[in-house]
Design a protein around this ligand. Structure first.
Ligand SMILES: NC(=O)c1ccc[n+]([C@@H]2O[C@H](COP(=O)([O-])OP(=O)(O)OC[C@H]3O[C@@H](n4cnc5c(N)ncnc54)[C@H](O)[C@@H]3O)[C@@H](O)[C@H]2O)c1
Length: 245
């Protein structure tokens, strides 16, 4: 398949990001990954699809590292057509247990990371007069949940950032959208949320089937395609029909 340019994905060593990398490689994108751990498994999966793979150890909270990564990706991979800001953490903490350090860490990785990676790659997209940015929120932002003040603040911030940026880069052929996954069966979330949560969510969804990473990747695939050209500033919920906005 002809290349569609390079898709940059943060946090793609594991979970949803890895699934997005595989799906976008199948779609014809070369893949560049920024993660704090080596994405060896992701590399194998992407290369098995016959696509080029580049990665670097990048902490998305570092302005310097994200800027350097954008320069490296341009040199190694050419034109970046898509950016998926997926890296995120979701530690459970009641407000009474949440100290300022943990609050800042969650905001730093989830929200500042999305901002810094966008700052690093938007100039290249403007130069090319084309780009697709997909940021990652969560359905928990729309739900009645405890243990999540900082996480919800970060995800709400991501929705706000995406709306604002979408308004500024639309004339440059760049779209900015948000995917809000429901409870999805990644290794990390199975461990954190537990089997009971996955069982109980089946009762709440219109489609009683636990969400798989591939279900999220299918929506990401659409949002980075040319077919989504007139959709921007939106938040797309993928949760089997639990939340309605
Ligand atoms: N799994 C779910 O049910 C679910 C639901 C809603 C939203 N989300 C969101 O989807 C995204 C991915 O979740 P997941 O379940 O795949 O998590 P995960 O923990 O499996 O993967 C997250 C990845 O991000 C990387 N990462 C963490 N901190 C980083 C940093 N500072 N810089 C660069 N990379 C970093 C990790 O190394 C890891 O590879 C997150 O933004 C999360 O909030 C997940």
């Amino acid at each position: 398949m002809k290349t569609k340019g390079t898709a940059v994905i943060t946090g793609a060593a594991n979970g949803l990001g890895q699934a997005h990398a595989v799906r976008l490689a199948k779609d014809g994108f070369d893949i560049a990954v920024a993660d704090i751990v080596e994405p060896n498994e992701t590399r194998k999966l992407v290369e098995a699809e016959g696509k080029k793979f580049f990665s670097s150890i990048v902490d998305v909270t570092s302005e310097e590292a994200t800027k350097d990564f954008a320069i490296q990706v341009k040199e190694e991979m050419g034109i970046v057509t898509a950016l998926i800001n997926n890296a995120g953490i979701y530690p459970h903490a009641l407000f009474s247990e949440l100290d300022f350090k943990l609050w800042k860490k969650i905001l730093d990785i989830n929200l500042d990371g999305t901002f810094l990676m966008s700052k690093a790659f938007v100039p290249q997209m403007i130069e090319n007069n084309y780009g697709r940015i997909v940021n990652v929120a969560s359905t928990t932002f729309f739900m009645n949940v405890t243990h999540g003040s900082a996480y919800l603040a970060s995800k709400g911030g991501i929705i706000g950032l995406s709306r604002g940026l979408a308004s500024e880069v639309g004339a440059n052929g760049i779209t900015v959208n948000v995917i809000a996954p429901g409870l999805t069966d990644t290794k990390m979330n199975r461990k954190l949320a537990g089997d009971e949560a996955f069982e109980s969510f089946l009762q709440l969804q219109a489609i009683p089937k636990n969400l798989q990473p591939e279900d999220m990747s299918a929506t990401v695939s659409f949002l980075v395609s040319e077919d989504s050209a007139m959709i921007t500033g939106q938040t797309i919920i993928v949760d089997g029909g639990q939340i309605r906005i």
